[in-house]
Design a protein around this ligand. Sequence first.
Ligand code: ZN
Ligand code: FE
Length: 256
Amino acid sequence: MSKLVIHQIPCLSDNYGYLIHDPEADTTATIDTPEIGPIEASLKSHGWELTHILNTHHHYDHAGGNLELQEKTGCAIIGPRDEADKIPGIEKEVGDGDTFLFGTHEVQVIGVPGHTLGHIAYYFEEEGVAFVGDALFALGCGRVFEGTPEQMWSSLEKLMALPDETTVYCAHEYTQANAKFAATIEPGNTDLTARIAKIDKLRARGEPTVPTTIGLERKTNPFVRPSSDEIQQTIGLVGASAAAIFTEVRHRKDSF
Ligand code: ZN
Ligand code: FE
């Protein structure tokens, strides 16, 4: 099995698109379709032909380019079963616990509802990489638009159960804004302080702060650290359930 080649593409104002390429099978997928131009330019520069679209959820900055790319390339579209009616051009519907082959690589589908009701993540266990769309961000998580906070919390728990070394490719560069919020929730977390200094340096040079890893989020992301004494004290919920703590942190971020 050849190694999966991953290429990250800045799209729109703060989205990331991703091309993944399996050299052995000569298959190439785009994770979501935020913006046609940069995706096509990247395909061309690599000499790759698009064979698949893997959608994480139905929002326009994720599935808005589906039909145009499908028309131009004839690629197959795989997406979330639980919101299939909102995914333009979908051919293969997948949901939590499903696996399928992308070229020679097995892909595991993880249902991560909350941001949208059908949101899914794509996990390549052998490669140790996960494409999480708008479920989890560097130092943040997606807004809970369609589901409940409890649902979002159990989605994040599933992602946090992946190995620490897992590389996490999320769909937006929101890290610096997330960092400002995180610093108000857990100011005494020295891992967080050190990470914020790195983030500020990267952004000052215009460089991405994505991908991240599960381990790094576990140490620094205030949305997935309900057992932190400092977080519990900051939000006044000492000893509360993890879901309740998550809910309050999410609520505070929404009005930050
Ligand atoms: Zn979204
Ligand atoms: Fe998005």
